[in-house]
Design a protein around this ligand. Structure first.
Ligand SMILES: Cc1cc2nc3c(=O)[nH]c(=O)nc-3n(C[C@H](O)[C@H](O)[C@H](O)COP(=O)(O)OP(=O)(O)OC[C@H]3O[C@@H](n4cnc5c(N)ncnc54)[C@H](O)[C@@H]3O)c2cc1C
Length: 311
């Protein structure tokens, strides 16, 4: 219950303009500012630098240019051009070619056809350069449309794309079966959004139990499974399940967020597992940042210390 209440509280706070202004002013301005624990920087150069450091330690990366819930097509167009610029910068830099993006950043809330068009423009540049593009999953209001767009692209022959499913949603086990049948790569997460009981489990134990069930079928039957969690219990179960079913560490990967459980990230790599770090960057970092606080209220103390320390 606390889990749900804390998500709801931070969801409300995320819409607070004063807080956003305050955070934006102090959160990223110095290398030690509090938001930098979770966000690699505001520029692509900073993200590439972070990615290099992570790759040097033997981990893989995916870059996410932050932005979501765009409310006009002009902004969606700008976001699309910025993503294409990121593809160029990544190609030039020589780091791994892997990005994650959100469809509402490309205009899904305004006009679905334009968002699909924007995604196609990005894929037109990404695919010849052998990028992998993961479509992040947003709140349940977008699950159907995101999967529909993904499946359409898949059926049109796009293969360097992947999708995300959230164990917190009641529907997800069926969606997983559909994605496995399609042959598509799934990143499995618990889900970062506040959802109602009509569509989502409200107890963490149920979210975790669904995660375990989905993780097991993903590891044994899925394609390029990505087990994205910082939860040591899930990680133990995943390793044991894979081992017991003869699935080698080269057949799946773990994923974690930039700045979270770096100890576990390093440990898994030492043990011979593949670990990919999701590196968010960009000026539009506030909603992402608030979701990270909502997942772990202990982070708030650390942020408050940062704000008052800097003032
Ligand atoms: C690579 C990646 C991509 C993701 N993409 C999406 C997406 O597309 N859509 C979506 O809805 N969600 C996404 N998420 C977020 C995900 O849904 C969860 O909200 C998030 O991962 C926290 O859940 P958990 O599985 O780590 O487990 P939890 O049970 O929430 O946490 C387990 C432990 O992990 C650590 N931990 C977790 N979160 C934090 C934090 N914020 N700060 C510090 N420690 C923490 C703590 O030690 C905690 O006890 C993604 C997560 C990852 C790792």
């Amino acid at each position: 219950m606390l889990h749900v209440a804390s998500k709801a509280f931070f969801h409300l706070l995320a819409q607070n303009g004063v807080l956003k202004k305050l955070a934006s002013r102090f959160g990223m301005r110095h290398p030690t500012s509090f938001a930098r624990r979770f966000i690699a920087g505001e520029t692509v150069e900073e993200a590439i630098e972070a990615a290099r450091a992570i790759q040097t330690r033997g981990l893989a990366i995916t870059l996410d240019l932050l932005g979501e819930s765009v409310t006009d097509l002009e902004r969606a167009d700008v976001a699309t051009r910025e993503y294409i610029a990121v593809l160029h910068a990544v190609t030039e830099s020589g780091i791994e070619r892997n990005v994650s993006l959100k469809l509402t950043q490309l205009g899904l809330d305004v006009d679905k056809a334009s968002a699909v068009d924007n995604l196609r423009k990005i894929l037109e540049r990404a695919e010849p350069a052998d990028f992998f593009v993961r479509i992040d999953m947003e709140s349940s209001a977008y699950t159907d449309v995101t999967l529909e767009i993904f499946e359409t692209l898949w059926r049109h022959g796009h293969r360097r794309i992947g999708v995300v499913l959230q164990s917190g949603l009641l529907r997800s086990e069926k969606d997983l079966a559909r994605m496995i049948a399609l042959g598509a790569g799934v990143r499995l997460v618990k889900g970062a959004y506040k959802e109602s009981k009509a569509v989502a489990y409200q107890n963490k134990a149920d979210v975790d139990a669904a995660y375990v069930r989905m993780m097991k079928s993903l590891i044994t039957d899925g394609h390029d499974p990505a087990i994205a969690t910082h939860d040591p219990a899930m990680l133990d179960l995943a390793r044991a399940w894979a081992r017991d079913h003869g699935v080698g560490p080269e057949r799946f990967e773990f994923q974690m967020l930039f700045g979270i459980r770096r100890d576990l990230q390093a440990k898994l790599v030492q043990e011979g597992y593949r670990m990919r770090v999701y590196i968010p960057f960009g000026r539009e970092w506030f909603p992402y940042f608030m979701r990270r606080l909502g997942e772990r209220p202990a982070n708030v103390a650390f942020v408050m210390k940062g704000i008052f320390g800097e003032r």
